[in-house]
Structure formats: structure tokens, C-alpha cells
Design a protein around this ligand. Structure first.
Ligand code: URA
Length: 239
């Protein structure tokens, strides 16, 4: 990719700002000053990146794919209203990167939240067309039974929709806990489906997104890059 695009993808500023850095000999890649924005760069070959003499921890590829174990009381938004943003959980040098969440989780919901700058991947993972399955553990205020699970599978009509939405799978882990799989990502979908069938969700956790399973070692608030295998499996599932 071109050096100018590479710097932008690293979150180092607008096109104009990055061009200014290049024109003013501020950019050194692998110890060498680079002053041609159109010159080609292989992101995988970048061992060091210095801006005006300061080392920058380069994101190793033009696209990145991150899994965050979202804690409660964070909003999936760049402009949060009531709680801090999930993006505030990342270090300062990543703040300027175009980070987008792959679907939203409500402020109180915890668990798997993918974050990427790959718009096409994001679209595929969230588009109902590709039916990426999401598994949730929902704790209920009042106990449920098999009839309740069947109602969720039969489908419910959410009030702003003209089509019913069905749970792809529902398992009662215990009378107060449902394991529920859906393939869409509508606003408050799980809570609204459960409410439609007459119960209330008191705690909600997303355990999987497509083929990606919540990692027991990843504590709430922690994040990591997807491994190549995890990424390939996800890409294959929405190809
Ligand atoms: N369904 C909900 O109700 N909330 C979420 O955060 C995700 C799915």
C-alpha cells in the first residue's frame, strides 16, 4: 500500500496531516526517512515506525480485527451519553484509528464485541443476509420452561417490524438462564424477544459471534487481536 494511506490507516491524522509529516521529513520507516507519500510499503515489513523521532507502535496490517470482552456500563458508541465509550478501553495511540464496533451491545450487556476498521467485514458480520449466529446467555428475573423456549423459537413480532424474528436455538441452562442464538442484530433484540414472551432479562452476556467463542482468559475490559485462524474462520463463515 502507499505510504500516505499507510500512515492514515495507522491513525496518524488526516490525509493532509500525514502528507505534511511526509513532506517535512518526519516519517522514518525501519530507520529510514521516507518522503514520497506514493511510495509503496508492505505493512508486514514495518519493524519500526518513527514520527518526528518518536517511536509509534505500528498496527501490523492495514486492517485489524480485535475482540473485546465488553464490561457492563460502557457504551458501544464513539459519542456515549451516560457511560464511558468502549473505545476508551484502548490505549491513547489507538484513539485516532478508525475503530468500528461490529454491531452494538447495550451498555449493560457484556461479552464478545468485535472491533475492526474493515468495513466490508463489518457489513458481512452484521448483515442479516449472512446470518452470522450470536449466542447469548440471558439471566431471567422469573423462571422459564420449555413452552417459553418454544415461543421464542416460533417467532415474535417486534413492534417496529413487519416480520417476525425467531430464535435459531434456545436451551434452558437452568430455569433462570437461557442460552439463546439469534442471527439478526436488531436493537435490544434479545431483551425485546424475551419481554414479548412475558419475561424480563436481568443480565445479558454475548458468548459467541459467528465462529468466535468468548475466551475464558480474556477478562472483562480486556481485548486482543484475533488470531489468523480465528479471522479466517470468521471470514469463511460470511463468504
Ligand atoms: N440483544 C439485546 O437485547 N441487547 C444486546 O446488547 C444484544 C442483543
Amino acid at each position: 500500500m502507499q505510504l500516505l494511506k499507510y500512515l492514515q490507516a495507522q491513525g496518524l491524522g488526516s490525509r493532509k496531516q500525514c502528507q505534511w509529516l511526509i513532506d517535512n521529513d518526519c516519517v522514518a520507516v525501519n530507520g529510514e526517512i521516507r518522503n514520497d507519500g506514493k511510495s509503496e510499503i508492505d505493512p508486514a515489513e514495518v519493524r519500526t515506525l518513527h514520527i518526528d523521532g518518536e517511536a509509534v507502535q505500528a498496527v501490523p496490517q492495514p486492517y485489524f480485527y480485535i475482540v473485546l470482552n465488553k464490561p457492563a456500563d460502557y457504551e458501544t458508541s464513539h459519542k456515549p451519553r451516560d457511560y464511558p465509550s468502549v473505545f476508551s478501553l484502548f490505549p491513547d495511540h489507538m484513539r485516532n484509528i478508525d475503530m468500528q464496533a461490529v454491531g452494538r451491545l447495550d451498555a449493560g450487556t457484556t461479552g464478545v464485541l468485535l472491533i475492526t476498521n474493515d468495513g466490508q467485514f463489518n457489513h458481512r458480520m452484521t448483515s442479516p443476509k449472512y446470518k452470522a449466529a450470536k449466542l447469548y446467555r440471558a439471566d431471567l428475573k422469573h423462571p422459564a420452561d420449555e413452552t417459553f423456549c418454544q415461543s421464542l423459537k416460533n417467532g415474535v413480532l417486534l413492534h417496529d417490524d413487519d416480520e417476525t424474528v425467531q430464535a435459531a436455538e434456545v436451551v434452558l441452562e437452568n430455569p433462570h438462564t437461557l442460552l439463546l442464538t439469534i442471527t439478526e442484530g436488531k436493537y435490544h433484540q434479545v431483551k425485546r424477544m424475551v419481554a414479548y414472551c412475558g419475561k424480563e432479562v436481568v443480565d445479558l452476556q454475548r458468548l459467541t459471534m459467528g465462529t468466535l467463542v468468548l475466551d475464558e482468559n480474556l477478562k472483562r475490559g480486556e481485548w486482543r487481536r484475533l488470531t489468523q485462524e480465528e479471522l479466517e474462520a470468521l471470514l469463511a463463515s460470511v463468504a
